[in-house]
Write a protein that binds this ligand. Structure first.
Ligand code: AP5
Length: 223
């Protein structure tokens, strides 16, 4: 076991299951899920200057500027719980963000332990995202067809009875998000392959099977 806390990245297009799997890894391994999408949505909800600048960009399905994303991420990474190890969900998304992450980690003698690339079919992602909803109280994710609460209308995790759907989860915006992914983010797969840390996972199957494969990768790279 290495001393430095592990830093893992989950790459994949919108709907690939990054958030679903990152939350389960957080529960199974005690790592912290760090989602730049969640951080940005919190900034929008707070009405901060960064949030106001990010809002229209997110609703159009485009990428928020590296400047805003890096500022929000660095603040979060400076918090003490990050010492448990991090699963980066939705970051990095551009070559500039990947270079900034490498530099940030190198400054404290760390590096990316694994970049897990969830491989999926684009067309299926539109259906996955259109059916998605989350518990308003705890953020647990559900889907109209693939993952419903055991008791209808009641969150399995916290018992909450109120659910929300994201403003950018409509077919038109999802197509734009997929386009942004292929142009700006998919090239990072080669970056992590060159670093020798790429872990591709076929992610069109059942959530539990993918969770098991990710767990195997995590055990191997942190051993
Ligand atoms: P973000 O919040 O990161 O959204 P995203 O990348 O578009 O990804 P999603 O959250 O939509 O999907 P996911 O892969 O997490 O899938 P999930 O597990 O929910 O970003 C939103 C926006 O913020 C961006 O468009 C951009 O504007 C901005 N942003 C964020 N980070 C940024 C950055 N670094 N730089 C610049 N801008 C940034 O699963 C989806 C659904 O499918 C769920 O209902 C789930 O239950 C279901 N599901 C999951 N796995 C399976 C499976 N195996 N089989 C069947 N159903 C499944």
């Amino acid at each position: 076991m290495t001393d430095a806390p592990p830093v893992l990245i989950i790459l994949g297009p919108p709907g690939a299951g990054k958030g679903t799997q990152a939350r389960m890894l957080e529960e199974d391994f005690g790592l912290i899920q760090l989602s730049t999408g969640d951080l940005l949505r919190a900034a929008v909800a707070s009405g901060s200057d960064a949030g106001l600048r990010a809002r229209a960009v997110m609703e159009a399905g485009q990428l928020v500027s590296d400047e805003i994303v890096l500022a929000i991420l660095k603040d979060r990474m400076a918090e003490p719980d990050m010492a448990r190890g991090i699963i980066l969900d939705g970051f990095p998304r551009t070559a500039g963000q990947a270079a900034a992450l490498d530099a940030l980690l190198a400054a404290s003698g760390q590096k990316v332990a694994a970049a897990i690339s969830l491989e999926v079919d684009d067309e299926a992602m539109i259906g996955r995202i259109s059916g998605r909803y989350t518990c308003a109280a705890c953020g647990e994710g559900y889907h109209d067809s693939f993952k419903q609460p055991a008791r209808a209308g009641v969150c399995d995790k916290c018992g909450g009875v109120s659910f929300t759907r994201r403003a950018d989860d409509n077919a038109e915006t999802v197509r734009e998000r997929l386009r942004a992914y292929h142009i700006q983010t998919a090239p990072l797969i080669a970056h992590y392959e060159n670093m020798g840390v790429l872990e591709p996972i076929a992610a069109m199957g059942p959530i539990a099977r993918i969770q098991q494969e990710l767990g195997t990768v995590l055990c191997r790279v942190t051993a």
